[in-house]
Design a protein around this ligand. Structure first.
Ligand code: NAD
Ligand code: APR
Length: 232
């Protein structure tokens, strides 16, 4: 019987595409205070600062492309006969652009915005400006569709359900500092799954995994998933 697989990705998988990680040297959180740009309180204090931070990140998507790690996951999904769930903490769209059909964005998406009044979510490629009116109510109520610190990550029911039934959990390019994602390895282990980390260096949670592969995602991910497919 084929294995039921859950993959979790973090900023490390997009690093080689040119999107800065959060916590590595020179990462996004070195140049921006989390409290200012990634909390509901920061947004209430200074909405234009927060909008311009995410406008910049949204614009950056126009100049980056998926790397071999994103492509390898999309290829695997296409060719694998068993159950496969791809969960990402990333808010970029590189998995989709690599060809992944079904991507669970637990921390939201840069290319979507949300009405703060109705909760409705809309696709949105460009900057959010103070003049922007919400398509549903006409108010100046749009915010990035991004999960900020202190907010509830998205799709937790689907994710925990899949983790509670999986045979293999693979975590790629995440430092293991941010929960609940950092705790997925335990949930998978409780279901008896084999757990593997693929990261540039041992993450904060490295000891919780059965196996760790340390190296660049663009090299290790294609290598790992090619042999997983051959042996499935
Ligand atoms: P936190 O502890 O403040 O909040 C975590 C939230 O998740 C809480 O509301 C908690 O109730 C909920 N939660 C925890 N486990 C859950 C589960 N099993 N099912 C459902 N809900 C659960 O955590 P935090 O470290 O402040 O981070 C909050 C989230 O915001 C994280 O996912 C983080 O990555 C994200 N975030 C995103 C950005 C960004 O710019 N993209 C920035 C900061 C934080
Ligand atoms: N290949 C593999 N791993 C890499 C590479 C690479 N080329 N480059 C960096 N890494 C690893 C780093 O060693 C680090 O452990 O990726 C990890 C990135 O960690 P973080 O910057 O902390 O990113 P992430 O774990 O995704 O952050 C989680 O925190 O601020 C929030 O919402 C934000 O979703 C984000 C969450």
């Amino acid at each position: 019987m084929s294995k039921r697989i859950v993959v979790l990705t973090g900023a490390g998988i997009s690093a080689e595409s040119g999107i800065m990680t959060f916590r590595d040297g020179g990462g996004l959180w070195e140049n921006h205070r989390i409290e200012d740009v990634a909390t509901p309180q920061g947004f209430a204090r200074n909405p234009s600062l927060v909008q311009s931070f995410y406008n910049g990140r949204r614009q950056q998507l126009k100049s980056v492309t998926p790397n071999p790690a994103h492509i390898a996951l999309a290829e695997f999904e296409k060719n694998y006969a068993g159950e496969f769930m791809l969960v990402t903490q990333n808010v970029d769209d590189l998995h989709e652009r690599a060809g992944s059909q079904s991507v669970i964005h637990m921390h939201g998406e840069l290319k979507r915005v949300r009405c703060q009044l109705s909760g409705q979510v809309f696709n949105h490629d460009d900057d959010i400006t103070p003049e922007h009116q919400c398509p549903c109510c006409g108010a100046q109520s749009l915010r990035p569709h991004i999960v900020w610190f202190g907010e509830m990550p998205l799709y937790m029911d689907e994710i925990t359900q899949a983790l509670s039934q999986c045979d293999l959990f693979i975590s790629i390019g995440t430092s293991g500092h941010v929960y609940p994602a950092a705790g997925f390895v335990e949930l998978a282990r409780q279901s008896g799954a084999e757990t593997i980390e693929i990261n540039l260096e041992p993450s904060q949670r490295a000891d919780a995994f059965h196996q760790a592969i340390h190296g660049q995602a663009s090299i290790e991910v294609p290598h790992f998933f090619r042999s997983l497919l051959q042996n499935s």
